[in-house]
Design a protein around this ligand. Structure first.
Ligand SMILES: O=C(O)CCC(=O)C(=O)O
Ligand SMILES: [Fe+2]
Length: 329
């Protein structure tokens, strides 16, 4: 039997859960373990482990070597085309869409002194993880790394952190093993169609520290990924200058299984986006984006849960109606 057929066969979408287990702290389950689920009091539902054959296949990733993209000022990318073989990426897309809880976050911000209600982002999101000041113990409790006692902080009270489920943690560990990155957060976007998007931004929040390394995976429908240099910071009281003339905007068509590692000065000096896809390509199908990042402080934990989980209901993919449905326990 070919490798493809073997992996596809193991991505059996009918629930078959012979063994229920608490998630262990370091996620180091023996590979031969029968399928089980990650559980945590702050997951709305249990999240299946990857089939063991897929966990094993992760050990041989990346499927192709990364290509350095650093020919422009301040840009430092490593582009794997693909990182996950295309057939495995397709199965992983269907698995994660079906197994993960997703949210449609709404929040209030002050814009120009006016309180505004934001009903975007125009995509589904979810997040797992905990900043570097704390860790989960074997019972899933948040422990302060310095004192070794249970962490008490208002930022953790508002949005209780939850561990990265094993199905994503397997990929996180493999990504750490082949890059210079260390990651304690996993953010997931689901773009249901070409109408879902993310506007130009950079992931350069203070809580990520200097020159953060971010690994960004694409699964499912192809989408454009645009990059443009930020205008240089003007001198105090000065005019906004143009970006360095050598810096040209870039466009990559990200396909299922690709991974872009963003590193060095990229986040400080470049913006990136996934624009809407209209017309013929609008209903090409959904896309999942996974990013692994490292938050250094509690502000990172609060920010990520605030903007990617929020206070609304969890949703789960419904295969029959092909849509996200509010989760009722
Ligand atoms: O979907 C993508 O490829 C990019 C997502 C992204 O930039 C983000 O979540 O910060
Ligand atoms: Fe981003």
């Amino acid at each position: 039997m070919s490798k493809k057929r073997t992996i596809d066969a193991f991505f059996d979408r009918t629930p078959k859960r012979p063994k229920q287990e608490a998630d262990d702290a370091d996620g180091s389950a023996p590979i031969e373990e029968p399928p089980g689920t990650s559980r945590h009091s702050h997951y709305p539902f249990e999240i299946a482990y990857l089939p063991a054959v897929v966990t094993r296949a992760l050990a041989s990733l990346p499927a192709s070597p990364g290509k350095a993209i650093n020919h422009q000022p301040d840009l430092d990318l490593l582009y794997f085309e693909p990182y996950i073989p295309r057939d495995m990426a397709k199965s992983l897309f269907h698995f994660l869409r079906a197994e993960l809880p997703f949210y449609r976050v709404e929040y209030d911000i002050k814009r120009g002194g006016v309180q505004t209600h934001i009903r975007t982002p125009s995509r589904w999101t979810t997040v797992f993880g905990l900043d570097d000041t704390s860790c989960f113990d074997e019972n899933g409790r948040v422990m302060d790394k310095t004192t070794g006692t249970e962490a008490a902080d208002r930022r953790y009270d508002k949005y209780p952190p939850r561990p990265i489920p094993r199905c994503l943690d397997d990929l996180r560990k493999r990504t750490e093993a082949v890059t210079d990155g260390k990651f304690n957060f996993c953010l997931v976007n689901y773009y249901a169609s070409g109408l879902d998007s993310i506007s130009f931004h950079s992931d350069d929040e203070r809580f990520l520290g200097r020159d953060p390394i971010i690994a960004s995976f694409s699964l499912g429908a192809p989408r454009d990924f645009l990059l443009k240099h930020k205008p240089p910071v003007p001198p105090a009281g000065g005019q906004l200058a143009a970006p360095p003339s050598a810096a040209k905007p870039l466009k990559y068509s990200l396909r299922s299984g690709d991974m872009i590692l963003m590193r060095g000065r990229t986040q400080t000096h470049w913006l990136h986006s996934v624009p809407k896809r209209t017309g013929r390509n609008e209903y090409d199908g959904g896309r999942i984006n996974i990013t692994f990042r490292r938050a250094m402080t509690k502000d990172g934990t609060e920010n990520y849960y605030n903007y990617n989980v929020g206070c609304g209901p969890a949703y789960r993919w419904n295969e029959q109606s092909s849509e996200m449905v509010a989760w009722k326990p």
